[in-house]
Design a protein around this ligand. Structure first.
Ligand SMILES: [Zn+2]
Length: 152
């Protein structure tokens, strides 16, 4: 049911205006004498918007250590003219452990990676966007004409 005053919104109230009973939306009902509320079941189902919720892709950003961590750390050591043992001492970790990391044998966890970032002034941690639920994005080799138009 439409508001009989503005005709734009859903009427929610029956109001008395200049002796006439009119169906009015909450905006138009403001300041008018409200006689009764319209209990309109349609109102809720129309504005439910269920489809919107389920189609919406939920994305989540996670932090991940770069796969190229060994090279990045090596470069950082060079730039700072630090040796592995000095860095190990600074970080208060075992030399052998750090040596394994520098040679790409062990991937540092996020905590250690962020300490390495600060110590060597490097960028080790990447933000990875993970899509949970919703439609999976098509991989590049499976582009359809529709996808190309969309991207453009
Ligand atoms: Zn209105």
């Amino acid at each position: 049911m439409e508001c009989e005053i503005c005709g734009k919104h859903e009427a929610r109230y029956v109001v008395m205006i200049e002796g006439a009973k009119l169906n009015a939306c909450p905006v138009c009902a403001k300041g008018a004498k409200i006689i009764s509320e319209i209990k309109n079941n349609e109102y809720k189902t129309k504005k439910g918007g269920k489809q919107y919720e389920t189609e919406k892709n939920k994305t989540q950003i996670e932090k991940e250590v770069s796969e190229d961590y060994a090279n990045i750390i090596m470069q950082g050591l060079k730039n700072m003219t630090l040796s592995v043992d000095v860095l190990a001492e600074k970080l208060n970790i075992k030399y052998s452990y750090l040596n394994h990391i520098v040679h790409g044998k062990i991937m540092p966890d996020i905590k250690l990676a962020s300490r390495l970032e600060k110590e060597l002034n490097i960028k080790l941690i990447e933000d990875v966007v993970i899509e949970t639920g919703g439609k999976q994005k098509k991989s590049d080799d499976r582009l359809t004409l529709g996808d190309i138009i969309e991207v453009d």
